[in-house]
Design a protein around this ligand. Structure first.
Ligand SMILES: NC(=O)c1ccc[n+]([C@@H]2O[C@H](COP(=O)([O-])OP(=O)(O)OC[C@H]3O[C@@H](n4cnc5c(N)ncnc54)[C@H](OP(=O)(O)O)[C@@H]3O)[C@@H](O)[C@H]2O)c1
Length: 211
């Protein structure tokens, strides 16, 4: 048995592969049916994880609208930069902030009032260590909702099982607009296995499995 949860990334991107505008501002890419699908997917997970970049850009609540129980919300935040009034730690339910050993103590203590803290890694959050801790806490299905930098780290470190992408009917453009996966990139592209393709609203939902 794996020492980490089953990990799947869910994201929405434009026809040109962008996940937000060049201002790194959230823009609505999905249609209504896809939003409902994402809500159900959240409800099926034990945990939902995002990077601190997404918290600072979008301030998502990551709550489930349709269900009674919210999965545990996890922020990957090496230096404990999560604002104490961020939605992700203010809404009902359990939240975890994963920090590194370099996070300032006063910031960590301020966050401790609102969320559990996991320390993993020296300067940056160690994702293998974090996932192993999450598994020990009973998180068997982990949904990752971005952003581009966290997606890259997880994928390049071999920590992702499946990737679900809703491709919306729009062009966002802009060389500085984030794409689904950033980081330094592969020299030898990583291959995926196509699981399914489904027309949804005015876009397409594509599911991939990572080898
Ligand atoms: N369309 C969509 O589906 C969707 C979904 C989510 C986000 N977005 C968009 O994505 C953008 C945010 O993406 P982003 O790339 O800026 O931020 P991100 O991936 O959400 O967060 C990245 C940050 O996480 C922290 N981190 C800590 N340990 C890490 C590790 N081991 N690997 C990677 N990151 C680690 C780093 O900051 P520290 O070192 O300070 O901790 C890093 O800068 C926003 O524009 C948002 O709107 C779109």
């Amino acid at each position: 048995m794996k020492s980490r949860p089953f990990v799947f990334i869910n994201a929405a991107m434009s026809a040109d592969g962008k996940i937000s505008t060049y201002e790194r501002r959230q823009t609505r890419i999905s249609g209504q049916r896809d939003l409902e699908r994402v809500d159900q997917l959240r409800a099926s997970a034990d945990g939902i994880m995002v990077g601190i970049g997404t918290v600072l850009a979008d301030n998502p609540s990551l709550t489930v609208k349709s269900g009674e129980k919210n999965p545990i919300r996890i922020v990957v935040d090496s230096m404990a930069r999560t604002p104490v009034d961020a939605e992700v730690i203010s809404r009902k339910g359990h939240a975890i902030i994963a920090v590194s050993k370099s996070a300032p103590c006063e910031r960590v203590n301020a966050l401790r009032e609102k969320a559990d803290i996991i320390v993993a890694g020296d300067e940056r959050v160690s994702l293998p260590e974090l996932l192993s801790e999450l598994k020990k806490k009973g998180i068997n299905r982990l949904m990752v909702e971005g952003g581009a930098t966290l997606n890259w780290s997880l994928i390049s470190e071999g920590l992702v099982d499946e990737i679900y992408v809703y491709i919306g009917n729009m062009i966002i453009g802009g060389k500085d607009a984030p794409t689904l996966v950033e980081g330094v990139g592969f020299v030898d592209p990583m291959k995926l296995k196509l699981l399914s393709v489904e027309r949804m609203d005015e876009g397409v939902l594509v599911k991939w499995c990572v080898f």
